[in-house]
Structures are given as structure tokens and as C-alpha cells.
Design a binder for this molecule. Structure first.
Ligand SMILES: [Zn+2]
Length: 228
């Protein structure tokens, strides 16, 4: 009776997401390095699963930019180049400056939530939490800006590039020696929104993302030079 219906069992959908999350965790934590092969059969065996959900999860990560498929060779953790990171940050600058302008002009109610998120960044900085927690809290701040803009398309693009962005942030996180300093860099953004100054808010987030872009691209270029 079930034949002909286009549905998959729901628990299997959840399974692919869990496999994908587990792979993202391994890549972002550095347990799997850029250029490492992600052999479906090995992963499936370790996770005690069939290969199908593993392959589906790898396809998901391919679309998020963390994994690449090489013909006849399978899936690999994607190597991040200075150019691809620079392009990614340019896209973020475009989306987030547009989002913050709309938010500042149309949605002052977003302010308390943004202030609370900066407070959360400072709170985390005092706890000695791991880098992933800082990165998640930073991403939550930037996602709130896209969400608060009221433009769903900004939010969709932000979510699509979230994993790749996190990978860059994991690199910067290691470059910032003081997590309080990382939290502080969000304060001028929030103050500009509070002042209702859309130009200043756009300039503040442009500066914030551009500093991160320069740190990550310099870091990648230095690593490449060291390897040569
Ligand atoms: Zn930030």
C-alpha cells in the first residue's frame, strides 16, 4: 500500500542530519583535516550504519562547501584557499550590511536580543569554554542580524554558508588570544543600531567582518608560505 508514495521514514531523515552533524564536528574540530579522504565505507562501519545515509550526509556537506567530490576518487575534506575564504567574506559583507540597514531602519525591537547575545559572548569568554562554543555564539549574533532584517532570503543565504563560515571562524578563534576582545568587537555594531544610524551600523559590521576576513586570509597565506 505504501508503494507509489514519495515519503521516506522520518527517523531516516533525522539519521542523515545526525551523520552530517557528526562529520561537521570532525571537520571543524580539526579531527579531519583539509585534503583528508572521507571514505564512505570506513565512516559507515565506524558509525555502525549502511553506506546510504553516509553518502547522503556527504552530499549535504558538499553543498555547504565543507566537502568536495572528486570523480572516481570519492569525498574529501575541502582544502580552504585564501581566495575562497576572501570570496565568502565578501558575500557576508554584502548580505550583513544590507541586513543591518534594514534592521536598524525597521526593527528596533531586535536590539535587546542582540545586546543579550553580546552579553552571552562575554559570559562565555569568562568560562574558558571551548572554541566551538565561542564560534556558535558569534554565529548566533550574526544570524540574529539576518533574521531581524525581516528578509528571509538573507537568512537563507546566511544558513547556507554557515558551516564554511564556522570553519573560518575556528581559524580566527585560534588567532584571538583573548575571547573578551572577540566579544568587544561586536559592541560598536550594537551601539550604532541603538543610535538608529543605519550608515554607522553598516560601516561597523563591514569593519568587523573585514578584520576577520584579513585575519583568516593572512593566516592561510602564511601557512601556505610555511609549507612551501
Ligand atoms: Zn562576529
Amino acid at each position: 500500500m505504501s508503494e507509489g508514495y514519495p515519503f521516506l521514514p522520518l527517523n531516516r531523515d533525522g539519521l542523515v542530519d545526525r551523520v552530517a552533524n557528526s562529520l561537521v564536528g570532525a571537520i571543524l574540530s580539526g579531527a579531519m583535516r583539509p585534503g583528508d579522504r572521507l571514505a564512505e565505507s570506513h565512516i559507515a562501519r565506524q558509525m555502525d550504519l549502511s553506506r546510504a545515509p553516509v553518502r547522503e550526509a556527504l552530499r549535504l556537506l558538499e553543498s555547504s562547501g565543507l566537502v568536495e567530490y572528486r570523480t572516481n576518487r570519492g569525498f574529501f575534506v575541502r582544502a580552504i584557499s585564501a581566495t575562497s575564504v576572501s570570496d565568502l567574506y565578501d558575500l557576508r559583507i554584502l548580505i550583513e550590511t544590507a541586513a543591518i540597514r534594514r534592521l536598524t531602519d525597521t526593527n528596533p525591537d531586535a536590539l535587546p536580543v542582540l545586546r543579550a547575545q553580546v552579553a552571552e559572548l562575554h559570559r562565555l569568554a569568562g568560562t574558558g569554554a571551548d572554541m566551538m562554543a565561542h564560534v556558535d555564539a558569534d554565529m548566533a549574533f550574526h544570524r540574529l542580524i539576518c533574521e531581524g532584517s525581516g528578509n528571509q532570503r538573507f537568512l537563507q543565504v546566511f544558513d547556507q554558508i554557515a558551516n564554511e563560515t564556522k570553519l573560518g571562524l575556528m581559524l580566527i578563534g585560534r588567532l584571538y588570544d583573548d575571547p573578551h576582545r572577540m566579544a568587544e568587537t561586536h559592541e560598536p555594531i550594537v551601539e550604532a543600531i541603538a543610535a538608529g544610524d543605519a550608515d554607522a551600523a553598516a560601516a561597523a559590521i563591514d569593519y568587523h567582518i573585514r578584520v576577520a576576513k584579513d585575519m583568516v586570509t593572512d593566516h592561510i597565506l602564511n601557512q601556505q608560505e610555511a609549507a612551501e
